[in-house]
Ligand binder design. Structure first.
Ligand SMILES: *Cc1c(COP(=O)(O)O)cnc(C)c1O
Length: 456
């Protein structure tokens, strides 16, 4: 086969700035509110948790934010990542669609997460912080921050959601290899963790609970910051190196994107690939269909309510307007641990509200089936999270075949699945169940949404 398979950029084509979609949106997202007063929060409210540089990025309206040279220098270890044309998958599907994927699994920890972990470690180091507390779902974020911490000489404490801690022991080993400490959440290291354990001793944990623990840890110590691997504006912005590189690589392929696809947990890898393309469209570019793919068992964009809610279960965070299943919602223990979050990034939620993106939900067995098909064609075993994007891409490619049209589909292969082979083993054994989210539990969680002043 003579088709070009791989579009590469040189190191000096690593983007020089992150892209901030806030500069191009037709209306701003709703303000973040103080849970006590119901008033918009200011930088000082966040100062105990984050360095000022990151708080500034959180509220910035500048279209471009320069990437510090030490961060670009670390990016050089694996960026620019390749953009592949999925020629083998196209043949397998017998589709006229042109399928491309950005391979973020080539990073040292195997996912897109270091794009922001390295940036966050850099700004914390600059601000004189010596320790960072964080949560992790499937372990990718914990690994990424542990890696970044080792590069910048920061102590890292990771609260890892219990169900993943038990399913993925090698992620903990990886964090420890980088010198980080990793405990299962809920833990007895914090008040929030102890409260959950007292009420539910066998709690499988959730990202919402782990966030409470990490925030509490950071708020109590002057030397410690908190870091979040998704959801926040600055985190999504750090990921836009993905989409910017993909735009340059599509130009090399003499192509453009008709459809952009990403999976959504908190929304960061999706925003990373999609926001630069959406920005181009908002500034006068052509038609674009942007698809966010989430698990049926944790369907915040497709089934959740667009409302103010807490980011965590312990109700320690400010109130953000987002698509949410309620901060007390604990999703079932399905395998795409990185997608088990009750809410969605406010910017992604806002983009859906503005009609700039659409969302679909798929069951995990349908996603693993798609992931296996992808692996057998393209040779890369996708992370369980990434199989959600693969499933939606295959559906779109088959729709192209039905309609007899050739569209270009670009998706983010946000991580490889080498740490997730137990999930594949369970899939092959027929042991995976598609648990729909619990309607009754959801109704209860949504009934508990905080009330906010009408003006908000
Ligand atoms: C963390 C993670 C996700 C989910 O987080 P987003 O912020 O939605 O990207 C998805 N895929 C992989 C591989 C991850 O590590």
């Amino acid at each position: 086969m003579s088709d070009t398979r791989k579009y590469l950029l040189s190191e000096d084509q690593i983007p020089r700035a992150w892209y901030n979609i806030q500069a191009d949106l037709p209306s701003p997202p709703a303000p973040v509110l103080h849970p006590g007063t119901g008033q918009p929060i200011g930088p000082d409210d966040l100062a105990p948790l984050f360095p000022m540089a990151l708080i500034g990025q959180e509220v910035s309206q500048d279209r471009e934010i320069e990437i510090p040279e030490p961060v670009r220098d670390v990016y050089r270890a694996w960026r620019p990542t390749p953009l592949y044309r999925a020629t083998a998958l196209e043949r397998d599907l017998d589709t006229p669609a042109r399928i491309y994927y950005k391979h973020e699994g080539v990073s040292p920890v195997g996912s897109h997460k270091p794009n922001t972990a390295v940036a966050q470690a850099f700004y914390n180091k600059e601000a004189g912080i010596t320790r960072i507390a964080t949560e992790t779902g499937a372990g990718q974020w914990g690994s990424a921050l542990a890696y970044a911490g080792s590069l910048f000489g920061l102590e890292i404490k990771v609260y890892m959601v219990r169900v993943s801690f038990d399913q993925k022991p090698y992620r903990k080993a990886m964090m420890e290899t980088y010198g980080a400490e990793c405990v299962a959440s809920p833990s007895d290291h914090t008040n929030s963790g102890r409260a959950i354990l007292a009420a539910t001793p066998d709690s499988t944990g959730s990202l919402g609970i782990a966030i409470s623990e990490a925030v509490e840890d950071a708020a109590q110590r002057g030397d410690t910051s908190y870091a979040l691997g998704s959801v926040l504006n600055h985190v999504l912005m750090h990921q836009t190196v993905i989409g910017q590189e993909a735009q340059a690589q599509l130009a090399l392929a003499d192509d453009r994107a008709d459809i952009v696809v990403g999976c959504t947990g908190g929304g960061s890898n999706f925003a990373g690939i999609a926001f630069p393309f959406i920005g181009e469209k908002l500034r006068g570019g052509g038609e674009l269909d942007v698809v966010a793919v989430e698990p049926s068992a944790c369907p915040s964009l497709t089934r959740g309510r667009f409302a103010y809610d807490f980011g965590d279960t312990g109700k320690l965070t400010p109130l953000v307007k987002m698509h949410t299943l309620g901060s007390s919602f604990v999703p079932s223990g399905f395998h795409a641990g990185g997608l088990r979050y009750h809410g969605m990034a406010p910017l992604v939620s806002h983009a859906q509200d503005l009609g700039l993106i659409r969302s679909v939900a798929h069951t995990q067995t349908a996603c693993f089936e798609a992931g296996v098909r992808f692996a057998r064609a393209e040779g890369i075993v996708p992370a369980p999270e990434a199989t959600h994007a693969v499933k939606a891409v295959i559906d779109e490619a088959l729709r192209c075949k039905e309609e007899g049209v050739s569209r270009s589909i670009v998706f983010n292969l946000c991580g490889h699945g080498h740490f997730d082979m137990q999930a594949y083993t369970d899939y092959f054994a027929g042991a995976l169940q598609d648990q729909p989210y619990d309607e009754q539990e959801l109704a209860m969680a949504l009934a508990g949404l905080p009330s906010v002043p009408a003006a908000a």
